[in-house]
Design a protein around this ligand. Sequence first.
Ligand SMILES: C[S@@+](CC[C@H](N)C(=O)[O-])C[C@H]1O[C@@H](n2cnc3c(N)ncnc32)[C@H](O)[C@@H]1O
Length: 239
Amino acid sequence: MKLAAVGVTNLKMMQTPLQNQSNARIDWDLKNNSHARIQAYWDEKNYPPLAKDVFETSQEIYLEVGAGSGTFFSQMAQFYPDKFHVAIERDRMRGKALVKKNKSLGLKNFLGVRGNAIPMLLTGIPSNRLERLYILYPCPWEKSSQRHNRWHLSAAMSHLVRILKPGGQLIWASDQKFYIDEAAYVCEKSYGLKVLAFGEITPNAYNDLDKFEGGRTKFERTFLKSGQPCYELIVSKPH
Ligand SMILES: C[S@@+](CC[C@H](N)C(=O)[O-])C[C@H]1O[C@@H](n2cnc3c(N)ncnc32)[C@H](O)[C@@H]1O
């Protein structure tokens, strides 16, 4: 497996992962979106996302959205006892399993929440707060008509950047190369994020893969076991 771990000097090379036509379509999407309408909807709903004090801890925070049943983050919490880990999952069964795991493990630095991460991201998390934010194996929404659901094209994307602290990392992985290519294009072009790792996954200084034999999450383990290549993008917010 090959990994392109890139520094600032290689950023230029990274800027054209897609065909021109795709880039043009993404540029159009970034200009013509319904993000303001979605933001207004959730602002008005006054949705109670997470207890406010969750983010008042003095600990650094790692957040995982779409965490499944929380296997990865419950283990991360044990590897990094000084960091506070928040895992969010909206699926009923996986969310229930996450909350159950949270209760049974009784870890002080792990919180599993069942719910929709979108309103939490749009209205509930303070700016410049997270040290790491994970999006691992999101649904790729391959149909063009559904592409606004991809995290990097969604109304949540600007908030993913807003809530990261300077130097904080946004860590993506997918079995779909196109998804990671698109996310890299949007992260660099629209948000000026710095690429730390991009390409097929292999253990590196940022992804903790060396601690998880066979893969970090359920989906990652399944893909790797079946020989399906997995891809990652790790970007950081400039200081
Ligand atoms: C393909 S699964 C991957 C689960 C896990 N990350 C893994 O790698 O095993 C994607 C997960 O994201 C969750 N998800 C999608 N959108 C979400 C949202 N808005 N809020 C919370 N979870 C979400 C889905 O319910 C699903 O469980």
